[in-house]
Design a protein around this ligand. Structure first.
Ligand SMILES: Cc1cc2nc3c(=O)[nH]c(=O)nc-3n(C[C@H](O)[C@H](O)[C@H](O)COP(=O)(O)O)c2cc1C
Length: 261
């Protein structure tokens, strides 16, 4: 039984890094990556249960809300949610709060993982990777202090109408992007993307990665590809790839259900 449990969803590592920093700041936690096959047997004795996830298209990744919907959390547990985004929180925390009332929530901006939309440095405020990382760590440390003390936020997470609308349009936009994935002959069939994919949506066939239609849009496959063999249209080849400076692909691949930090 774990005292503290943090569930995280992460494509390029910002949320894993934040989850680690929160875990350190609250005296340790079991970190569980939200991915296919991730299950939790018993949360009944957890004192603190947290969620760290990115904003996608003005909301939470679908997998986060689906996963949260399956959890049984003790009403006496202290619950918190943190969203990482490049510019704005979106509706993810508010939607999670409707399913699992959150005692505490926070927003941490970092470099943008949505390579087909923006270059990664287009974040708010405009910072270099190093500066953004320092800021993310400081914010996570401060939030961890609050969480350790059991601070309860009286203000509800934001539900901005623009983001509600944006998030309604998001599935159609994401579907188009999924159709635009391609794998070039630079692919060496290393299989890293297969292991990274949180939905098991990638396989290697005839010496090349093949990406299916069941994509969560986390972009970990594309951003971490050692050969830059994965693209979405031509724009992603012209842009520098990004992942969190403290996270390497194997951190996400090798995470076991229940890594302790
Ligand atoms: C498909 C996709 C959609 C995104 N949509 C938004 C958005 O609507 N607003 C925003 O501020 N950031 C958006 N982002 C940026 C991520 O939320 C941000 O870079 C986050 O830190 C990534 O976390 P990760 O490294 O743990 O995957 C998006 C990223 C992706 C991949």
């Amino acid at each position: 039984m774990d005292k503290n449990v943090i569930f995280y969803f992460s494509g390029t590592g910002n949320c894993l890094d934040i989850a680690r920093n929160i875990a350190k700041g609250i005296g340790g936690a079991r970190l569980i990556r939200i991915r296919d096959g991730a299950t939790v047997s018993n949360l009944s004795t957890a004192e603190k249960v947290g969620f760290v996830f990115p904003c996608y298209g003005g909301g939470a990744p679908e997998d986060v809300l689906k996963f949260a919907g399956r959890l049984k959390i003790n009403p006496r547990s202290y619950t918190f949610g943190i969203t990482s985004c490049s510019a704005y929180a979106g509706t993810g925390l508010a939607k999670l709060n409707m399913m699992i009332p959150l005692k505490y929530w926070g927003v941490i901006t970092h470099h943008c993982s949505c390579i087909w939309l923006f270059p990664h440095k287009l974040m708010m405020p405009l910072l270099t990777i190093g500066e953004a990382q320092v800021r993310s760590e400081e914010l996570a440390q401060n939030m961890a202090k609050d969480i350790a003390k059991g601070v309860v936020k009286s203000k509800k997470p934001p539900m901005n109408l623009f983001n509600v609308f944006e998030n309604m349009l998001w599935p159609a936009i994401a579907k188009k992007k999924v159709e635009a994935f391609s794998v070039s002959d630079k692919c060496i069939a290393c299989g890293q993307c297969v292991k990274l994919c949180p939905r098991g949506n990638i396989k290697v066939e005839n010496g090349r990665a093949v990406i299916g239609k069941n994509c969560s849009q986390c972009l970990g496959c594309l951003q971490f590809c050692p050969e830059s063999a994965i693209s979405i249209g031509s724009i992603t080849d012209r842009r520098e790839h990004y992942h969190n400076p403290h996270v390497i692909a194997s951190d996400l691949v090798d995470c076991r259900i229940g890594d302790h930090v």
